[in-house]
Design a protein around this ligand. Sequence first.
Ligand code: NAD
Length: 277
Amino acid sequence: MTAPSVPSVPLHSGTAIPALGFGVWQVPDADAHRAVAEALRVGYRSIDTAAVYQNEPGTGRAIAESGLPREQIFLTTKLWNSDQGFDETLRAVDASLDRLGTDYLDLYLIHWPVPEYDRYIDTFKAFERIRDEGRARAIGVSNFRVEDLRRVIDETGTVPAVNQIELHPGLPQDELRAFHAEHGIVTEAWSPLGQGQSLTDPVIAEVAAEHGVTPAQAVLRWHLQLGNVVIPKSVTPARIAENFDVFGFELTGEQMRRISAIDGGRIGPDPAEFNLR
Ligand code: NAD
């Protein structure tokens, strides 16, 4: 089947990431294999996993079995906190590549800054080497605050291509998005549907009804029109297809503002305090 065209967002490193991808957090390996196979069948071409999700093998197998040329897929994985540090990172990337059954990543992310550990600068220096050696086409970070991004830029001279952050209605992350825009960093939204919580918000229901679409589609449209890259997760084939079908309508400026005004907050951990490793 021909994949419907999803717009691409250019990365300053020279490649481009599909604006809509598929995430597999909390999906056991065998289920990830099935879900990624289904997502690729529907037309998704960007897959987001992480070493800590323990589903790199199933994800990699689904990609290999899809028959799609590797270069048509944008594959992201993330370095876990306990693997931070220069030498540790060089070992961890090879382990991820091995589990994924590929010889390069399209995007490698530092999963969390882990402020107490204070190793992300050395880690990012290893990322530069990984990029220079061709094992990752782009390198970036996740859950980094403005102060963390500033340090990376000042101390390594490299601007991360992407910062993947918790972002959904109720947590629009205006300050980080403005910083990203100023520095050419792409904003990627994790838990874009608020882990499903955004879908029961009455404002979302109203906007969705105004377009005859589902709440998930309205929320994903809000992200895309803000310029965010999104990676919604589902293991249910009908929802995997529904979340991909978001290019046939457009929210008005007024609908965008109504969604952006929704009250909320974080669902996940605060990166300033998340020191698990
Ligand atoms: P999400 O916001 O994508 O929500 C997923 C949940 O919403 C599903 O489990 C399901 O319950 C519900 N859902 C999905 N589609 C639906 C639909 N069409 N209709 C009704 N309900 C629907 O949550 P997420 O999985 O937390 O985030 C997406 C991805 O972001 C993850 O899979 C992972 O790849 C990434 N992520 C990254 C980090 C990080 O620290 N970098 C953290 C969390 C998630």
